[in-house]
Ligand binder design. Sequence first.
Ligand SMILES: [Zn+2]
Length: 404
Amino acid sequence: MHTTIHNSLQFCHVRVRYRLTHVLNGSHWSKGVYSPPQNFSPSHTAVASARRFYSTAQEGGAAKNTTNDSFARVFPRVMKRVHNLLFLLFLSCFVAAESATQDTNSTLHVVALSTVLTEVAREVGGDRVQVIGLVQPGVDPHGFDPSAADVRKLEEADIAFASGLNLESYLDRVAIATAGKTNIVRIGEALPFIRMSADDDATPNAMHGHHHGGHANGKGEREPDPHWWHSIDNMIHATGLVRAEYTRQRPAWGEDFSRNAKLYQQRLTALKEWGASQMSTLPASSRHFVSSHDAFGYLAHDYGLAVHSISGLSTESEPDARRMTELVNLIRREHIRAIFAEESANSRLLQNLARETGVRIGGALYADGLGPADSDAATYGAMYRHNVRTIVESLRSPSDDTSK
Ligand SMILES: [Zn+2]
């Protein structure tokens, strides 16, 4: 008897697990534990009988009927139910043992949709995690469009980390293409974000969530700024979110993930202290910051820089003539020493602005992610140091050098 059950179990345990899930949860196994093959559908009678069994047991159907039924009629049904229950318990143990093995022993497969998140995912995951960086260094994430092969990689991954806040405008399309099967974690949406600065507003943005919503400028609500990684506090927080997602999926490796995350966060904290010491050499009068697109709001917020961008939050939006005139006037009025190009943005308008005002172009910043392996921005730390150094050296006037 047992041998028969065991053999049939081994042969069709996938089907049984699928049915069991319907019985116990009324839904599929959660992703990462088990998903039934796409073309598999259990027989209706099997599911119906399993559901019938569960609902009768739940509602105490046996007790309800005993008063009217004779012992002879009830006994076989009770025995059948006990038999079924034992059978289900036996299956549960079998399934639990198998899924536990799968949980603790299989490498997590991760896809990262930004170069910064690729680094965070690898640092926190260590050997336990295999990370595919879908967006390559130097590629503009605003214009990235996943190929069919990319979508397949997203579908197969246990986790897909995205910057969120609409940076990856294709995510809704991916969710539809993969029938919602991709576990997309939009990191930026769990962080305190800032809103894009208004065109005529030279003050650093108010933090979202603090309700400093006093800018009634008739332009409606400003878009959230998706370039959250330029604030190191956000990076520290994001590292914790990646650790939490890994630990949720592989609880047995939680300590490893915690240790890795802590080491990475310590490096980030040291970087933050270095950045603050560098920025402190800039006097208040030298803290106007003009760049191609509005990507440095978070960095500006951290260090009290007033940020002005030629185009908006995306590298793909184009400014109008009025905006260019405003910037020309601002550069002249505030005696701004330098404006900044970006590695992945169109620099034509920046060059026009420099020609018009005589301001110099202060060097290229990494706005939208890390640089290639052979650049000076191949890691987050290197990218951050490059940006801070470029900003400070370009904006500081020669007289500031001696004052600090
Ligand atoms: Zn950007």
